[in-house]
Design a protein around this ligand. Sequence first.
Ligand code: SF4
Ligand code: SF4
Length: 91
Amino acid sequence: MKETWKELPIGCIIEEGGTSRKFKTGDWRSERAIFSKEKCTNCLLCYIYCPDDSIIMKNDKVVGIDYDFCKGCGICAKICKAKAIEMKPER
Ligand code: SF4
Ligand code: SF4
C-alpha cells in the first residue's frame, strides 16, 4: 500500500522535494538586508522574527546576516527599532 500524508509523523522533513538544509536559498533574494553593528542594541527581535534563521549570533550578540539563506523578506528591517538593518536592492 502506498503511504499518504496521513502516515507522516508530525513535524517531519520531506527530503525528496529538497530542503534548505542542503540547498542554499539566498539566491532567491531581490533585496539585501544590511546590518549595522554600530546601531544595533542587541534586542534580538530580528533573531526571533527571521523566518529563515539567517541572523548570525556570536557570544549572544548579533554579528551579521547569513546571505546563503537570507531571502530578503525585510522582516528584520521592519522589526528593528534601532534601524540597524536596512534593505538595499540586490546586485
Ligand atoms: S532588531 Fe535591530 S537592534 Fe535588535 S538585535 Fe536585531 S539588528 Fe540589533
Ligand atoms: S531579510 Fe528576512 S530572511 Fe533575511 S535576515 Fe531579514 S528576516 Fe531573515
